[in-house]
Design a protein around this ligand. Sequence first.
Ligand code: CAA
Length: 283
Amino acid sequence: MKIKSVMVVGAGQMGAGIAQVHAQAGFDVVLHDLDDDSLNRGMAGIRKNVSRQVEKGRLTAEEMEAVIARITPSTALEQAAGADIIIEAIVENMTSKTALFAELDHLAPPHTILASNTSSLPITEIAAATKRPEKVVGMHFMNPVPVMKLVEIIRGLATDDDVYETVAELAGRLQKTAVEVNDFPGFVSNRVLMPMINEAIYTVYEGVASPEAVDEVMKLGMNHPMGPLTLADFIGLDTCLFIMETLHEGFGDDKYRPCPLLRKYVKAGWLGKKAGRGFYIYE
Ligand code: CAA
């Protein structure tokens, strides 16, 4: 199947980024959220991002307007009726996701692929909330979506080969590289990344080194673009804790135990960049 129309559910940072890259690749996109405020914030973020490309001389002002015009913000989930693929990027909560997928299954035509941008929740369980588990797949974009080249594609237990091929081809049309992964906790990206971040937090917790020192070691010593604690602040410490808990619960192995300092920061509301404070302070 060739994808023509795309719907993105959730206009937060990830959903807005996903809508933007599709619109830039020439797709018509419906961007859905529950209220106009969320949609306006999402659209403002997209405009800011695309206008940076105009400032850099990579797009003309007309091209920018054409990209933005391809995105239709909407609070009507019924728009699902016109989509070949729906990509969900709502809150990382299984109850919210299964309720949404059951509703989308009801509203969308039988051929529509239902994809989730979840960073660690089981695709197989999300798929089980629908009557089309063979058309449910994980499509995990990385933040910031317009910059990062990877789309981790997660095959649920029942995902059809055709569906996998279709979303892998779609990722290619977005100038991104699809990597195939099976459905186990944290997939590959977060199974490898989050224990590293958690271990970095343990080194601070145990007084081995300061956050600045840990980040410097990993930046200069391993050539990472950001140190793990800066990256944790950028991702959100609540998200990091949620993913560590998913790994810990999913595998039952102590090696995934979230660091007590991570729990403490989350309890304090020090959630990272978005909260103005995490391992670092943001003005
Ligand atoms: N949105 C869009 N574009 C952005 C951006 C954003 N939020 N932040 C930076 N950019 C763009 C800049 O405009 C710039 O573009 P050009 O090269 O085309 O001019 C480019 O990215 C580089 O930006 P900067 O020079 O300002 O800064 P940098 O070199 O430090 O790069 C970065 C910024 C790309 C974020 C880089 O630090 C990086 O790669 N960090 C690691 C990001 C990462 O690991 N992401 C994965 C997080 S985990 C995840 O997403 C999965 C999960 O489930 C938790």
